[in-house]
Write a new protein. Structure first.
Length: 162
C-alpha cells in the first residue's frame, strides 16, 4: 500500500535559537535586511514597512509576536516575504528572522500535532512539531499567526491598536 500523503517542503529559520518552519509554497522571497521605515502608532510587533519593487510591505518582528525578546540585527538577519491568507484575501508580509537555515522536506508521519499546553499558551498558529537533525522544528500555520484585528491594524485600517 503506497502512502497517499505527500511530503511538504519547509523553509527553516531561527528566532531566539528556536527553529521554526513555513511551507515554501507561502514564501515569495528572502531579503537581506533592507532599510525599514518606521510607522507611528502601529502594534509593537510591527517594525515598519519596506518598499519591495514599488509595493509597501509591512515588516513583522516574529520574536515580539511570539513573546520573545526583540530581534537584534546581525549580519544574518533577514526578512522572509510571505503570503498570508486573511479572510479570503492574500496579504504580503515581511517576517523578520534571526537567520534562515535551509529548505527541508518532511513527510506527514514526521510531524506531530502541536502540543496542547493548557489555556494560557496559544498554540493554534503551530501546525505541528517536526523533528529534523535531532531538534524540534515548530511548523507555523502562517495564516493563523496573525488575527484579523492585528492585520487590520498593520494595514492601517480601523485600528484597534493603541
Amino acid at each position: 500500500m503506497t502512502e497517499e500523503l505527500e511530503a511538504t517542503q519547509y523553509l527553516t529559520f531561527v528566532l531566539a535559537e528556536e527553529v521554526f518552519a513555513v511551507d515554501v509554497a507561502r514564501i515569495r522571497e528572502i531579503l537581506e535586511m533592507p532599510t525599514v521605515t518606521k510607522v507611528p502608532q502601529v502594534p509593537g510587533f510591527m517594525r515598519g514597512i519596506i518598499n519591495l519593487r514599488g509595493c509597501v510591505v509591512p515588516v513583522i518582528d516574529l520574536r515580539i509576536k511570539f513573546g520573545m525578546p526583540e530581534s537584534v540585527q546581525t549580519v544574518n538577519t533577514c526578512i522572509i516575504v510571505v503570503e498570508v491568507n486573511m479572510d479570503g484575501e492574500n496579504i504580503v508580509l515581511g517576517a523578520l528572522a534571526d537567520s534562515v537555515q535551509e529548505v527541508i522536506e518532511m513527510e506527514p508521519s514526521q510531524i506531530e500535532a502541536a502540543p496542547h499546553i493548557g489555556t494560557h499558551l496559544k498554540t493554534e498558529f503551530i501546525k505541528g512539531m517536526g523533528k529534523h537533525d535531532g531538534r524540534f522544528v515548530m511548523i507555523l500555520d502562517i495564516d493563523k499567526v496573525f488575527s484579523s484585528v492585528e492585520m487590520a491594524a498593520v494595514q492601517g485600517q480601523d485600528s484597534a491598536a493603541e
